[in-house]
Design a protein around this ligand. Sequence first.
Ligand code: AMP
Length: 610
Amino acid sequence: MAVMAEVSTTAGAALRSPASPAPAPVKEGDAEKLRFIEEMTSDVDAVQERVLEEILARNADTEYLSNCGLAGATDRATFRAKVPMATYEDLQPYIRRIADGDRSPILSGHPVSEFLTSSGTSAGERKLMPTIEDELNRRQLLYSLQMPVMNLYVPGMDKGKALHFLFVKSETKTPGGLAARPVLTSYYKSTHFKNRPFDAYNNYTSPTAAILCADAFQSMYAQMVCGLVQRHDVLRVGAVFASGLLRAIHFLQLNWEQLAADIETGAVTPRVTDPSVREAVADILRPDPELAAVIRAECSSGDWAGIITRIWPNTKYLDVIVTGAMAQYIPTLKFYSGGLPMACTMYASSECYFGLNLRPMCDPSEVSYTLMPNMCYFEFLPMDAAASGGDASQLVDLARVELGREYELVITTYAGLNRYRVGDVLQVTGFHNSAPQFRFVRRKNVLLSIESDKTDEAELQRAVERASALLRPHGATVVEYTSQAYTKSIPGHYVVYWELLARTPADGEAVDRETLDQCCLQMEEALNSVYRQSRVADGSIGPLEIRVVRPGTFEELMDYAISRGASINQYKVPRCVTFPPIIELLDSRVVSSHFSPALPHWTPGQRNDD
Ligand code: AMP
């Protein structure tokens, strides 16, 4: 016990930044977790060597590694010499066979338990990531490290609850009978989550039945009503990504009258039909006219500034990822929360969970993630090498990355991905012990993103081509286009600026509104399934908008870029714009604006599973 206390204090002191105020005493239960972080980060190279050996030993008999000619070797030198870097497209034939029911050890020596559907897409469909049973333990281990770190910075988080909006999404089965679903859906439906023991630091206001309800409206409604009823208990408000939390705020804006009415009477609206959700809410909901009056007073004025702290006055921070594509939501979250700190605690993906932010209360612009070397084998492709295609000989180990440099992340996982290019670009910002820490720079090839959707330049190009075919009968073509992810309204939506060329000026005006509205829908139909799912099933992306700009606008855009130092020879029309003066220029030249009149097609399941 005395030894434990000593270890815990040491571990806590090591993790706390020198600048952090009044160190909080480390709780006994946290000591082991903090010590684990210290152990893992003290000699990352040794941990990584052991992890690679373990992965190669358990996957030694797989078809993939045999094809690489590894012949059972588990050492780094042979691995480096024999195993190539791989993209999803390289692995797809193997993955397809597993999905079709081939149970032989293709990628993994352990049985593939299910597929995790990534928000990254290939040929318009979600990528299918094979996973194995014991990955759940690794994921849970990483989750379990979050609060011990947070407790070093924010005391008293066990004295209340977390209003964390958590959702499951629809799932399908592959032809071979394996489940295919997002990683969080898999986690929330696992016994690890459903049968978790009581934890005062992760005591959610949302009943598990509400989290597990696949109907987006009923789940959100139940979670919101329970969060409102327990408003004084709430110490942190969050969702996985910033876009999810903003959706919840928008939901409150749209539904506060019904929510207040339910709270007044103590009976949940008949719109919540799922019996297990109704039952779970009934356990919490009591008639409370006073609380209903508070909600009405706060929500009816139309002033939404600081609504989070007005409704949940004891909130200490927002628990939400605002790095990467989510940084665009920081100003809006500041508005709704009156400037509460935003904690980005974890960096993870369907392929593997990667690491933690060991200074969770730092400013979003300073967030760095420490990759935990026990999660998988990490390698890094320097960005200059990645730009020219890159080959495996240029990969650098976790222990050998250089401060300040940018790398593309490449992983080898227990589940059987070998030297797999995740597509994330990271920059080394510092070290915790010997473990490098990384700023998330960007996802490669992503032009537009509102929430988990990721649209690249080629997809946007195809969508414009498909939609502009509707203009042909009118003698018009799209001569130039660009786009922006419009996030000033909730939900956000894609805006695509079109400059049209008509056979004669009169023809240009002959493109009627209805055709241009249909062009919006055609573009949506051409976008990937993650985009369409967000539009159709989740309502988390609004209708796509085309803004037609007057002839000559894109020439003005070029003039503007050249006036700011761009070379005339090298100038290319940016396919996405974020710089406010450019957006202002484009918006000032808009002659008409059009929205998608209907939802695009989307059905659960992968086209290639049919
Ligand atoms: P998915 O596989 O659909 O869960 O998406 C995983 C991807 O989301 C990662 O590869 C990153 O591009 C992004 N992501 C996950 N966590 C973070 C984070 N903390 N900050 C920025 N981007 C993240």
